[in-house]
Design a protein around this ligand. Structure first.
Ligand SMILES: NC(=O)c1ccc[n+]([C@@H]2O[C@H](COP(=O)([O-])OP(=O)(O)OC[C@H]3O[C@@H](n4cnc5c(N)ncnc54)[C@H](OP(=O)(O)O)[C@@H]3O)[C@@H](O)[C@H]2O)c1
Length: 265
């Protein structure tokens, strides 16, 4: 039976969900091999979750206003950050534009080459919403003297994206760093934070989230090649739900977890 993805119009506004996929030993992605500009080696996305939990993630995306990711994740994975429901494995099977989440990238120094990103290309084709980028205030000054920065700024705006300049250069608090209040008041009320490790860790440390959905796959990856997450030991899991999903397990503290997303054939 085909079920529509759950949308929760009556659910509370201003919700932050942290979500990621990890192996049993907590690995979430390949390490970035820094040496940029000159031969940086990006290994791409580490395949972790099974197809059922992958589909669950895409169903969940349909009920959020935005997906937030860190700059390293975009640099390393070049993700499309789309809702491809109900066939996420098919990159051409995009949900309608109204169901697409806004991609939000935390990129303080406008360090990414926006013209070459998948999120930009999809927005340019009118298939998805254009990204929102959060930058530090110094970018405003720097771009007047730096043609490359100005070009990136123009590229984002040209394709309908928005740039949010936060108040402080390096605020301590996660909410200030990602300019959460401003994003939410502009319409990205319900945000899924999908990684990477640093952005999630900072949100965890400042206790800036409402719920969690973690996909745990029956896999192990090596310490040499991959980076991990070890936050779960800091959580009070008394009220967590553990839900089988294909060969994976979902750990969720999400109060209104859309169980129907797990009942799809
Ligand atoms: N398995 C999964 O579910 C999953 C999901 C996504 C990504 N990943 C993997 O994660 C890896 C990348 O992770 P990463 O840790 O290297 O990078 P990341 O989290 O993608 O990027 C670091 C982010 O943290 C931000 N940041 C720095 N200080 C902060 C603070 N005080 N408060 C809030 N944000 C702050 C950075 O902002 P600036 O722009 O200012 O530096 C940047 O946006 C990749 O291998 C990727 O494949 C896995």
């Amino acid at each position: 039976m085909e079920v529509k993805p759950a949308i929760f119009p009556h659910e509370q506004k201003n919700h932050v969900l942290l979500t990621w996929a990890q192996s049993m030993n907590g690995k979430i992605g390949y390490k970035n091999y820094s040496d940029d500009e000159k031969g940086n080696l990006f290994l791409g996305q580490l395949k972790i979750s099974c197809k059922e939990s992958f589909r669950m993630t895409h169903g969940l995306r349909a009920s959020f206003d935005a997906i937030m990711v860190g700059s390293n994740t975009v640099r390393n994975d070049n993700p499309s950050l789309t809702c491809r429901y109900p066939h996420p494995e098919d990159s051409t099977c995009l949900a309608p534009l109204s169901m697409q989440p806004i991609p939000i990238i935390i990129d303080s120094h406008l360090s990414l080459n926006y013209a070459s990103l998948k999120v930009m290309e999809l927005a340019r084709c009118g298939l998805t919403k254009a990204p929102w980028i959060v930058v530090a205030p110094s970018v405003i000054q720097r771009k007047t003297k730096d043609a490359q920065l100005q070009e990136r700024w123009n590229c984002i705006e040209h394709y309908g994206g928005q740039i949010f300049v936060r108040d402080q250069e390096y605020p301590e608090n996660w909410k200030d760093y990602v300019h959460l209040e401003k994003l939410q008041s502009n319409g990205a009320s319900r945000i899924m934070v999908e990684g990477g490790a640093t952005l999630l860790r900072k949100a965890f440390e400042s206790n800036s989230f409402d719920s969690l959905v973690v996909t745990i796959a029956p896999k192990m990856f090596s310490d040499e090649e991959t980076i991990g997450i070890s936050y779960l030991k800091h959580l009070n899991l008394n009220h967590a739900l553990w839900i089988p999903c294909g060969s994976d397990i979902l750990l969720t503290t999400y109060k209104h977890f859309p169980m129907e997303l797990l009942q799809l054939k």
